[in-house]
Design a protein. Structure first.
Ligand code: GTP
Ligand code: MG
Length: 370
């Protein structure tokens, strides 16, 4: 912790914030209770008040995910997470609907995807595949970037009756930056203007060389309308997934990524999360971003209640204290005290970051006035 507000420090010392402000004034610093002070100043104050300084390490007050590595022998195969990307109206949601055998497009406002939808399908062969839908509208760069970062495979959807458009190219760049393998789905094959060869040639200009052009990027012609090519697409996804040897430890406290979150009038804060490892269970105590909570219920993509969520399963979680942010990591912890401690620490850090201003010394103030 580099900076702390006077109020937070006072709370931790169980002293009145006003007394701290007074002491700071005597030390030549004009600070209000909401301002932050640096660690050295804080330590000076703590000694001034006759308290002992307790330096805590980051890992005591926060969770170190990176240091927590699962042993090889705990890992088990998990379904691939596949993100659908491409330009607006090129047919991403329709393709996903066709794959799901359902229809979401009709339920969307104006047929434009507003958020990342997360679904899991079971193939005829019994394999599971998780799909994330993303919006193609230019305003959603951030979501496409996030999509590329939480995924194992990207399906680049290009309408075969159109061409490479700005967000097609943006999606290619995000995918490359994330180092994720890509499968190109040239869609709307049922249309008379369908010209997949033109698309393959344009892709060369962006160093995406598909198999038909002697490259190693898999490509497939599909139609969401007729269902042509869907089995082929699924086969290619499973082939790619096999090469990746995707694994996770299902027998541990869960860790998940927030795909989207919102406040529901009836249900309270809701977060759609994708489990990265471990198994998320109803009753689990968790920290997610600056929020803490307990899993009250979980719903799958069909709105059915589920008791457990294994790796790669997207679920909607009820029971979080506040709305987390998309991209936040959800971590299951041992007890409520720990959850509250971590959440409080992160909130402090977030506040300190927002209000981070160097404490104004009297000297500085006067020189500023002169
Ligand atoms: P955004 O989410 O807004 O970026 O769009 P999207 O890429 O999800 O496109 P969407 O699936 O909403 O489809 C856009 C339009 O293309 C709709 O009118 C679809 O009916 C049409 N469409 C999608 N796929 C096909 C297809 O395979 N064949 C034909 N003929 N039309 C299609
Ligand atoms: Mg869509």
């Amino acid at each position: 912790p580099e900076a702390i507000t006077v109020q937070d420090l006072a709370n931790r010392m169980a002293e009145k914030a006003a007394d701290l402000v007074k002491a700071l004034f005597k030390m030549g610093m004009m600070v209000t209770i909401n301002q932050t002070i640096d660690q050295d100043t804080a330590e000076l104050l703590v000694t001034e008040f006759g308290h002992n300084i307790q330096r805590v390490s980051e890992s005591d007050v926060d969770i170190d995910t990176a240091a927590d590595v699962d042993a090889e022998d705990t890992l088990q195969p998990r379904p691939p997470v596949v993100t659908i990307m491409g330009h607006v109206d090129h047919g991403k949601t329709s393709l996903l609907d066709a794959l799901r055998g359902t229809d979401v497009v009709c339920g969307e406002a104006g047929g434009i995807t507003q958020h990342i939808g997360a679904y899991q399908i079971k193939t005829k062969g019994g394999d599971h595949i998780t799909f994330l839908d993303t919006p193609g509208h230019e305003a959603f760069t951030e979501m496409r970037m996030r999509g590329a970062n939480v995924t194992d495979i990207v399906i680049l959807v290009v309408a075969g009756d159109d061409g490479l458009m700005p967000q097609t190219i943006e999606a290619i760049n995000h995918t490359k930056a994330a180092g994720v393998p890509m499968i190109v789905a040239i869609t709307k094959a049922d249309k008379p203007e369908f010209n997949p060869q033109k698309i393959r040639e344009r892709l060369l200009e962006h160093e995406v060389i598909v198999e038909a052009m002697s490259g190693d990027v898999q490509d497939v012609e599909v139609s969401a309308k007729t269902g042509a090519g869907l089995d082929d697409l699924i086969e290619k996804i499973l082939l790619q997934a096999e090469l990746l040897e995707l694994k996770a430890n299902p027998d541990r406290a869960a860790e998940a990524t927030v795909i989207e979150a919102k406040l529901d009038k009836g249900k309270g804060p809701l977060a759609t999360v994708l489990v990265n490892r471990g198994t998320l269970k109803v009753g689990d105590i968790l920290v997610v971003g600056t929020q803490s909570g307990r899993v009250r219920a979980m719903l799958d993509d069909k709105g059915r209640q589920v008791k457990v969520a294994p790796p790669s399963l997207p679920v909607e979680v009820l029971g979080i204290g506040g709305v987390p942010m998309a991209g936040d990591t959800l971590t299951v912890v041992e007890n409520e005290a720990r959850a509250r401690e971590v959440a409080a620490y992160r909130q402090e850090q977030a506040t300190a970051k927002r209000t981070a201003t160097a404490p104004t010394s009297l000297e500085n103030m006067f020189s500023a006035l002169a």
